[in-house]
Design a protein around this ligand. Structure first.
Ligand code: JCF
Length: 674
């Protein structure tokens, strides 16, 4: 009897999954919504009577029961790359040239073309056909575990169709919010007086970053899958387009606009065709993506730092509109840089009201000959801050005002320095300048830095304006009553903030280094520094020369790092941060970052001041290999007393020989370098 019921339940699930597949993947539903709802209700009722048969992949189980406390980190098996951008036809032609050159091919290349969605890249991991984990892209190497939220998206199969899928399958795609859903969501939010999202991308991002999957479930999210990541135990087709076709058979939704074309002409035709269709597509796109279709070719092309050489995002031009510059203000950034910002008569650009635009710097103002009162063309491209493209000179009014760089910082009144040959003017006030303090603290607290939840920009400004803090270390000294005394701050939020601060103390060296806001040290460089040094202390005495051994660190960044750590103020803040309990686990140095990586040592004879094992440990800790016999590949032979045949062999082969004293000195020098 129970066997019978479990059978009925299972067959209902199959039918529902099949209808889902027909609806979303094949776009060919066979039953009405009402009939579908009936099946679904039937399954729900049976599962209610027999909860022992509920499985997590049942279509009724998309929404998890409890909200999460936080998202766990997910390490991507294969990095999630981003795409190189092209803005002009020339860029695309150059891309195709590079591809042909690298492949040593004169024939036209076959490309897989697709619309480029403006959403969020995610990774979906299936084990034996069941969805086990979904993650955001994050920085490409590490993302956040958003499994519970992804499960709520009906277009994502919880269980794969068919049988031929690999036992381990990671599929990648773009989660987005369709235009209609976005408009409906904002309408509802407006009625309820809730937050309005600026655009569908932000709405999709905000919806996926909910700790409570019930909220995500109520948001109209969708997905298009565009590729695979880690695959184990199965063989996939050898063309990208065929992989997409097989993904469809397993239940993944792939964009129906995707086409395979030949050569650059095919790509540009596709671009034009999709550009025409763009206003009528039910989702926002910001360009198209071209991918070399042959996977063997993809492999040969490889990738550069963050993007594959076999793919290109060809962006649509940003929407441009005209408006008036009503005034210009100068903003002071984290590093003291003064940025002229135009206050505009508000206009709508790609669905967003814009009232400010950056003028970048005074060189740009001069080059574009921008005056206050001018009619200008502004544009907004993706996430980028709106910018002034040009002045409509024939519409210039009789009276306009020239834009002048202030002599004194608008915030702290310190002298403004303009270094010759540098476009950027800076406030000389350093951390005496509240603007720089504010920006430094905002950066310190940000999600990719110390990730202090609840410490938003407005609050940082309040804290500094009220003299409650003057540097990041002061944050950790804040008291409940101080916080609760602030305007618009409830006791509960104050308590939450203190908890978030406490939580943020446990961090990683890479995050900490990034959080310090050293000029030109972004996340990637911070990570490289952390991997290379493994701890903080060596950075205090690192030199411009030694820093340049780290990948991505050139002379300028190296100088910024040295300058930063040589400033008393900065050392002091770091000391205070460590004293209040900011900490991290020691980073295991990656072997290739160690100074003796790739070097082989042979130890022979009796050493006096340390045992051979100790010597071996020391060498290995610096990345060296210690071998038993001498060969042409040996880098150094370390000889103690009574060394025999190995010393002789070293001399024959011309391998460098270190006596004990030299060796000890060598170790000392090297240890410093590391
Ligand atoms: O639609 C997209 N935003 C999109 C992003 C499409 C793709 O085919 C992508 C991508 C990011 C990386 N492919 C890669 C490799």
């Amino acid at each position: 009897m129970t066997n019978n019921i479990s059978h009925t339940i299972e067959s209902l699930r199959q039918r529902i999954n099949d209808h889902n597949y027909r609806y979303y993947v094949l776009d060919d539903p066979r039953i009405s919504d009402a009939e579908y709802d009936t099946l679904f209700a039937e399954l729900q009722s049976l599962e209610k009577q027999h909860p022992e048969f509920i499985t997590t992949d049942s279509p009724t189980q998309r929404v998890g029961a409890v909200p999460l406390k936080e998202f766990a980190e997910v390490q991507h098996d294969i990095p999630m790359l981003s795409l190189e951008n092209a803005f002009t036809e020339e860029d695309v032609i150059a891309f195709n040239h590079r591809v042909q050159e690298r492949l040593d091919r004169v024939q036209d290349i076959e490309y897989n073309c697709e619309p480029k969605l403006d959403g969020l890249a995610v990774s979906l991991r299936y084990e034996h056909g069941l969805l086990v984990r979904a993650a955001t892209r994050g920085d490409g190497a590490t993302g956040e575990d958003i499994t519970e939220n992804i499960r709520t998206i009906k277009m994502v199969p919880l269980r794969l169709q068919g049988k031929e899928y690999p036992p381990i399958l990671e599929v990648r795609g773009e989660v987005y919010m369709p235009k209609a859903g976005f408009i409906a969501l904002n309408k509802k939010a407006e009625i309820k007086g809730e937050k309005i999202f600026a655009n569908p991308r932000n709405a999709a991002a905000g919806s996926l970053r909910q700790l409570n999957p019930r909220i995500t479930a109520a948001r109209p999210l969708a997905i298009f899958c565009y590729g695979v990541g880690k695959v184990e135990g199965g063989v996939l087709p050898s063309k990208h387009s065929d992989i997409l076709a097989v993904l469809k058979t397993w239940g993944f939704v792939v964009n129906p606009e995707i086409e395979v074309v030949t050569g650059i002409a095919g790509c540009l035709d596709f671009y034009k065709k999709i550009g025409k269709k763009r206003p009528n597509l039910p989702y926002e796109i910001d360009g198209v993506v071209y991918k070399v279709n042959n996977l063997q070719d993809q492999e040969r092309l490889g990738f550069v730092s963050r993007a594959p050489r076999w793919a290109l995002a060809h962006k649509f031009p940003a929407e441009q509109v005209q408006t008036v510059i009503e005034s210009v203000e100068f903003q002071v950034g984290r590093t003291g840089a003064l940025t002229p910002v135009a206050r505009l008569r508000p206009v709508a650009v790609s669905g967003v009201t814009v009232s400010n635009a950056t003028l970048h710097n005074m060189d740009e103002v001069k080059r574009k000959d921008i005056h206050i009162g001018d009619i200008v063309i502004i544009q907004r491209a993706g996430d980028v801050i709106p910018e002034v493209v040009s002045v409509v000179i024939e519409k210039r009014p009789a009276i306009t005002e020239k834009i002048k760089l202030p002599e004194h910082c608008p915030v702290c009144h310190s002298v403004v320095e303009q270094i010759e040959d540098e476009a950027i003017a800076r406030c000389s006030g350093g951390l005496f300048c509240p603007a720089q303090r504010k920006e430094a603290v905002k950066h310190f607290a940000s999600r990719r830095a110390m990730d202090i939840e609840g410490l938003g920009d407005k609050l940082v400004e309040q804290l500094i304006d009220n003299d409650l803090i003057s540097n990041p270390a002061d944050l950790y000294k804040l008291k409940l009553d101080e916080l609760a005394g602030l305007e618009r701050m409830a006791e509960k939020s104050a308590q939450n903030l203190l908890e978030a601060l406490e939580k943020s103390k446990k961090t990683t060296l890479a995050r900490f280094l990034y959080a310090l806001g050293i000029r030109e040290v972004g996340e990637a460089t911070a990570k490289n520094l952390a991997n290379f040094f493994g701890e903080l202390e060596p950075l205090f005495s690192a030199t411009v020369e030694s820093l340049q051994e780290i990948s991505d660190v050139g002379p300028i960044v190296a100088q910024h790092i040295v300058t930063f750590f040589s400033e008393d103020h900065n050392r002091d803040v770091i000391k205070k941060l460590l004293a209040v309990g900011v900490h991290w686990e020691t980073v295991k140095k990656s072997a290739s970052a160690l100074v003796l990586a790739g070097k082989t040592f042979v130890l022979t004879g009796t050493l006096v001041s340390l045992s051979r094992d100790e010597a071996k440990d020391k060498l290995e800790a610096l990345g060296a290999k210690v071998a038993g016999s001498v060969s042409a590949k040996t880098s150094y032979v370390v000889v103690g007393a009574d060394a025999g045949s190995k010393l002789k062999k070293a001399k024959e082969l011309g391998v460098a020989v270190l006596e004990e004293e030299d060796f000890l000195q060598f170790l000392q020098v090297i240890a410093k370098k590391n």
